[in-house]
Design a binder for this molecule. Structure first.
Ligand code: NAD
Ligand code: 6OD
Length: 489
């Protein structure tokens, strides 16, 4: 039997697959094999994509009805489900994540994103005011929403299709045209989505894909392009900062979902079993590569040892392995480069005086996985908020546990960060749960759960974790520009 050839991934411009200026190799994080060759967009391809998007807005798409767009979004969702297995396979090939996770989270959410925003846009009303002036004049004010225009969509590698469609679905729902730049580490599913867009009947130029890197490549060409009307970005805080500089000469709006250094606060009255299960998920899901993952765990002192040993036991039970193995709970990191970064924090933890409760190294998984980006799930104690381990985003399967004595101290410790993305609170006292969750300086605060989503709710972060909110009507605000009409009555 001949081995399966890694695919060649092209850019997608104006409804056609096109070659780039060069190609690069996408390497599997599972075993170091070649998983795809990818065409990198040069400036000319980015220019063509932006032009195609502009033309699409000037054509029939620019006058499409909300109902027609909602119907199209539902059709895209159906087609994602029709090609579910193929998309799961592509997501696994790029990221090495367990198949069960790709099925239950990534690809299921991609379809859900299109359906959710079809519903949101179809039920959105107009804002209106009946104006009554002291001098007796009356007027009707109402705001009509127009598409923002050509939207640059730049996304990372950790939840590739989920995060891409979280932005593309509302952008199209609002009548925009998009040029998307997937991560160089996860280029496959954005390319498959191009086929689905064509099949669904999305007009040429409405969805374009430019592959490549950030600086000196497609990412920079796109964000500094004079033809874009806004940028929606998910990724590292430092990249967000570079994108702000790129768009600043033309003062374009940005929506940023950036990094996090998320806290969990566990009170002594928590259901311990549920808390340990919830913490296990929030620290280790997707090998800790979810922006919402917990990297700081504050535990009320009487149960500190129980939580440390419970979480350590769960960490030791995680099963690292190939994505297709049904027993696998945990995949590799995305790349050897990212593993090097995570390992540098393993060294730093030791230098800072941490006690390593579990992990702290690279696992031995046998010769066939030796060239993969595998890493041990790792827990530390003995550090506090003054240490870099508790201040910098690591983005791996890691957490530091710290004891606290009072509710006020727990809130202070959890909020002592330059980030502000997510938090979770574990307690059976719901009054306390509300109080502490409301006191979190974070975009999302969960009580007795973690990463339970309602796509109508606002999603985003404080501080270094981002600018703006997406989700439900918050997405509609970003992806539209209103014109207010005032009619004297
Ligand atoms: P990254 O910032 O390195 O890359 C994200 C995307 O930006 C990629 O497509 C990359 O090619 C592109 N890019 C890089 N430099 C660029 C530049 N100068 N101009 C334009 N584009 C550029 O992030 P990553 O390593 O892919 O993802 C991990 C990071 O993303 C973590 O910090 C994580 O917290 C964050 N993240 C945040 C959220 C959220 O919702 N807040 C979600 C997922 C990931
Ligand atoms: O669930 C979502 O909508 C979302 N934006 C998740 C982000 C996860 C970060 O890695």
């Amino acid at each position: 039997m001949s081995p399966i050839q890694p695919p060649e991934l092209l850019c997608f411009v104006d409804g056609r697959f096109v070659s780039g200026r060069a190609s690069f190799n996408k390497i599997s994080p599972v075993d170091g094999s070649l998983s795809a060759t990818v065409h990198e967009a040069g400036q000319d391809t980015v220019d063509a994509a932006v032009l195609a998007a502009r033309r699409a807005l000037q054509g029939a798409w620019g006058n499409s009805s909300v109902n027609a767009r909602a119907q199209l979004l539902r059709r895209i969702a159906d087609l994602i489900e029709d090609r579910f297995d193929e998309i799961v396979a592509a997501e696994i090939r790029d990221t090495g994540k367990p198949e069960s996770l790709a099925r239950e989270l990534d690809v299921a959410r991609a379809a859900m994103n299109f359906r959710a925003f079809a519903d949101v846009v179809a039920s959105a009303g107009l804002e209106s005011f009946l104006t009554e002036r002291p001098d007796g004049r009356r007027a009707l004010n109402y705001a009509v929403s127009k598409p923002l225009g050509v939207v640059a969509v730049i996304v990372p590698w950790n939840l590739p299709l989920l995060l891409l469609t979280w932005k593309v679905a509302p952008a199209l729902a609002c009548g925009n045209a998009v040029v998307v730049k997937p991560s160089e580490e996860a280029p496959s599913t954005a390319t498959l989505l191009a086929e689905i867009m064509s099949e669904a009947g999305v007009p040429d130029g409405v969805y374009n894909v430019v592959h490549g890197f950030g600086p000196g490549s497609a990412g920079e060409y796109l964000t500094s392009h004079p033809g874009i009307d806004g940028v929606t970005f998910t990724g590292e805080t430092s990249t967000g900062s570079a994108i702000m500089r790129a768009v600043s000469p033309r003062v374009r709006p940005v929506s940023f979902e950036l990094g996090g250094k998320n806290a969990a606060v566990v009170f002594a009255d928590a259901d311990l079993e549920a808390a340990v299960a919830g913490l296990t998920r929030s620290v280790f899901l997707n090998t800790g590569q979810v922006c919402l993952c917990t990297e700081r765990v504050y535990v009320e002192r009487p149960i500190f040892d129980d939580i440390v040993s419970g979480l350590a036991q769960q960490a030791r039970a995680l099963k690292l392995g190939r994505p297709s193995d049904p027993d696998t709970t945990t995949g590799p990191l995305i790349s050897l480069g990212h593993r090097q970064k995570v390992r540098s924090y393993f060294d730093l933890a030791i230098e800072e005086g941490a006690d390593v409760v579990v992990g702290g190294g690279v696992p031995e998984l046998g010769a066939d996985l030796a060239r993969g980006a595998w890493i041990e799930p790792t827990l530390w104690t003995g550090l506090d908020n003054k240490h870099r381990i508790l201040r910098e985003e690591i983005f791996g399967p890691v957490a530091a546990l710290v004891p606290f004595d009072t509710q006020e101290e727990a809130i202070r410790l959890a909020n002592d960060t330059d980030y502000g993305l997510a938090a979770s609170v574990w307690t059976q006292n719901l009054e306390r749960g509300h109080q502490v969750a409301q006191a979190m300086r974070a975009g999302m605060a969960w009580v007795n759960t973690w990463y339970l989503r309602d796509l109508r709710s606002p999603f985003g972060g404080f501080g270094l974790s981002g600018i703006g909110r997406e989700g439900g009507k918050h997405s509609l605000h970003f992806y539209t520009e209103p014109t207010n009409v005032c009619v004297q009555l």
